[in-house]
Write a protein that binds this ligand. Structure first.
Ligand SMILES: Nc1ncnc2c1ncn2[C@@H]1O[C@H](COP(=O)(O)OP(=O)(O)OP(=O)(O)O)[C@@H](O)[C@H]1O
Length: 279
């Protein structure tokens, strides 16, 4: 049996009397790259920060590398990589100095990977961190989180400020790294095409709930939009109904079968699905 890299069991979190995580159940295993998709304020950052022990959940349990994330020992901490949404410190340091200090905490630091990525992101080691653009800081934060090949990589909108070329390269490498080294990745993003390009799974968060968690391939084959004239003449008992309004529904569990009473069945891109689930 493989130990899950990250597991949420019936997790709830309340902030100011508002439930921002509602009964989250999610398991990430080695080789999985999970794209976390949700509107602003849906709860993505709260979900990710609770995996790092930065937020304590109110009910339910989180297991990061099999342990309570608020009590991870140094060894386990060094197997988790994290890039937060906000840029980080290291003012007064050059990139070289910042990387030297940072890498000294990780015995598994891969200097070749570091150099390779500095080159790809076109970062100059002599530049001072405080003079970097937001995108360059984000690139440096990514190198810092990845170059020790963590088992679990947690990225909160990691590529939002990267240009499309850097984003594309980073995303593809992310996937390779995860598969090669048996790591797992969870990343939040608003860019559905990034999820379609690199993720193995997608978790769609709406109002603090995971509305959908699927393998991406499975999602393409089994989620459909159907339209009908008369709802009472349609039997949808074989499907999960993800959303329904007027004379249309989004269903999961579709297997090419005929559904009586349905006029039209259409596939959805991830972006279309996201929009449909919020309409
Ligand atoms: N420390 C906090 N105290 C009070 N409320 C909080 C706190 N952190 C988050 N929230 C609230 O929890 C909800 C979820 O926030 P969260 O940052 O997890 O959303 P998100 O999906 O990451 O959004 P975005 O895409 O804009 O980054 C929001 O309503 C936010 O205001």
């Amino acid at each position: 049996m493989t130990t899950a890299l990250l597991e949420y069991k019936n997790v709830h979190k309340i902030f100011n009397q508002s439930m921002v995580l509602k009964n989250i159940n999610l398991t990430i295993e080695p080789g999985m790259v999970v794209g976390l998709l949700g509107k602003n304020g849906a709860g993505k950052t709260t979900l990710l920060r609770s995996a790092l022990g930065l937020i304590e959940v109110d009910t339910g349990e989180v297991f990061t590398l099999g342990e309570n994330p608020t009590q991870l020992n140094a060894e386990l901490k060094s197997q988790v990589g994290y890039v937060p949404q906000q840029a980080f410190g290291y003012e007064g340091f050059s990139i070289r100095e910042a990387l030297d200090l940072h890498s000294s905490f990780y015995s598994e630091w891969d200097n070749t990977l570091e150099l390779d990525w500095l080159k790809r992101f076109e970062l100059n080691s002599d530049d001072m961190v405080e003079n970097l653009s937001i995108g360059q800081r984000q690139a440096l934060a990514l190198i810092m989180a990845m170059a020790y090949r963590p088992k679990l990589l947690i990225l909160d909108e990691p590529v939002a400020s990267l240009d499309p070329i850097a984003r594309r390269e980073f995303m593809l490498d992310l996937f390779d790294l995860s598969l090669e080294s048996g790591s797992g990745v969870i990343f939040s993003t608003h860019i559905t095409s990034d999820i379609e390009r690199v993720a193995t799974h997608v978790a769609l968060v709406k109002d603090g709930e995971i509305k959908l968690f699927n393998e991406l391939d499975e999602l393409k084959t089994s989620v459909r939009k159907i339209s009908f004239t008369n709802e009472t003449s349609v039997n949808l008992s074989d499907f999960d109904i993800l959303n329904k309004q007027n004379n249309a529904a989004i269903i999961s569990g579709y297997q090419d079968q005929d559904i009586s009473g349905v006029n039209h069945v259409s596939t959805l891109s991830l972006e279309q699905l996201f929009v449909e689930l919020h309409s």
